[in-house]
Ligand binder design. Structure first.
Ligand code: G6P
Length: 462
């Protein structure tokens, strides 16, 4: 059973706003089958049981949230407390006891609904920061099944995490799991260090820790993509009418691309500033570049996100006003989402992929950009060193996204790069993508969870 706040029940138009988690889990479930439980995305009355939707070998079990739940749990503790804190943004972290109570309440609600569907030999795989207290809530209701948790977003150093007033409660709740997985060595190390320093946990061999009388295993499982499937989609999309139209609209200009949810963690203002710097210091590129920034709106009820929407629109407008011509707009800033196929085709068309988050758990756009390229004539990836993907994609031009001049230089280097260098960099990244292929990611996590001592292994029909 997979549990996450956001459940992506497939529709004909899977938009880019879904975020990395939904993309990753849909790929896993399509391959393995199972049940996926979570929020329906709707606001209504809390339910006595989840609504089940069957699609092929996957059952989606979804429930509504009340207005208070949505405000306190989703907009509140998950996205105004944990999200900024875990992305190293103490300056944006808000803490309200009411939100914490809502966060606990919704996790208890999920636990009650889940219990109706869990069979004795089911393995539960929980996902992301919305659900940190869920394993503990399930254990309190007498559930002994094996439970794993995967953190899709970063886990900061104890120095930052200690700023959370109820840090011990949150961290202890995760210890009700059998296995806790992270995207990078750094995240896993930060969590382990917290347990040692704050709870006196003993670090044992192979990241098995003994915390509060329970054994907990910590692991690193960088999430990936189905690189071959994605490459095929991109090659097909490259020949579509949609991409032909976009290509014609460029009139031989070189396209750069960025694709991100509208979120302050993505470094969008700094990215547009870096593009402006390219136009300022390298006038030979004026009139010859088109930066396509696709940014579906996200979490718009949260004030920091609404403020960011305004700021980014202003920045794009200012740069277009300053450098644009009657026949040329430097930045195409688009707030809508595109299907997976359309995006794959756009990645293939773009000569530079600019993925410059200030902090990101992994960032699958970086991996998709690489997988979408034409191996004979690949584009160049400019990638933030603060994205988890940087640990794998060492053929990218790695940048510090806070350094506007440095990012602008990397973009210029990408634009001027020879075909030979582009090909060897791309080949290096393409082979590394195989290490974190999406099926392998789920297989490794679930294999480790199955292999733990002391808990019965699931039977074949689970
Ligand atoms: C990130 C998070 C996911 C989340 C997604 C979209 O990828 O790791 O848990 O679902 O953003 O955000 P949203 O608030 O729309 O679910």
């Amino acid at each position: 059973m997979i549990v996450s706040n956001r459940v992506a029940v497939p529709s004909r138009k899977a938009g880019a706003s879904a975020g990395g988690l939904a993309v990753a889990l849909n790929d896993v479930l399509r391959a393995r089958g199972g049940l996926w439980f979570g929020w329906s995305g709707r606001i209504g009355a809390e339910q006595d049981d989840a609504v089940l939707v069957e699609r092929g070998n996957v059952t989606y079990a979804v429930c509504d949230l009340s207005h208070e739940d949505y405000e306190e749990y989703y907009n509140g503790f998950a996205n105004r407390t944990l999200w900024p804190l875990l992305h190293y943004r103490l300056d944006l972290t808000e803490f309200a006891r009411r939100d914490l109570a809502g966060y606990r309440r919704v996790n208890a609600y999920f636990a009650d609904l889940l219990l109706r569907h869990v069979r004795p030999d089911d393995v539960l795989w929980l996902h992301d920061y919305h659900l940190i207290p869920l394993a503990e809530a399930l254990r309190a209701r007498g559930l002994h099944n094996r439970i794993g948790y995967f953190q899709h977003i970063p886990w900061p150093s104890p120095d930052l995490f200690l700023a959370l007033p109820n840090h011990a409660e949150i961290a202890r709740a995760l210890c009700a799991c059998d296995l806790v997985g992270f995207q990078t060595e750094r995240d896993a190390h930060n969590f382990g260090r917290y347990l040692v320093e704050e709870f006196g946990a003993s670090a044992c061999e192979g990241r098995r820790m003994s915390v509060a009388g329970r054994e907990l295993r910590i692991g690193v499982y960088p999430v990936g993509i189905d690189r071959l499937g994605y490459a095929r989609t991109a090659a097909r999309a490259g020949r579509s009418a949609f991409i032909r139209e976009v290509r014609e609209s460029l009139s031989d200009r070189t396209m750069l691309i960025g694709v991100d949810r509208l979120d302050y963690s993505k470094g969008l203002t700094q990215r547009l500033d870096a593009f402006e710097r390219v136009l300022a210091v390298a006038p030979e590129w004026r009139g010859r570049l088109t930066f396509l920034q696709i940014t579906p709106k996200s979490r718009s009820d949260i004030p920091e996100y609404a403020a960011m929407q305004r700021a980014l629109g202003e920045t794009a407008g200012r740069i277009n006003g300053l450098y644009g011509e009657a026949n040329w707009t430097p930045i195409r800033y688009v707030n809508r989402s595109y299907t997976r196929g359309e995006l794959a085709g756009l990645y293939r068309l773009a000569k530079v992929g600019v993925v410059t988050p200030l902090r990101d758990g992994m960032n699958l756009v970086a991996k998709e950009y690489v997988a979408a390229q034409d191996p004979e004539d690949p584009g160049v990836l400019v990638l933030s060193r603060f994205a988890g993907a940087a640990a794998v994609l060492d053929g990218a031009l790695l940048v510090n996204p806070y350094d506007i001049d440095g990012t602008a230089s990397a973009i210029r280097q990408a634009l001027a790069m020879s075909g030979d260098e582009r090909r060897w960099r791309w080949n290096a990244m393409w082979s590394r993508l195989a290490e974190t292929d999406i099926g392998g990611w789920a297989g490794r996590f679930l294999g480790d969870l199955d292999g733990l001592n002391g808990v019965p292994a699931p039977s074949d029909d689970s």
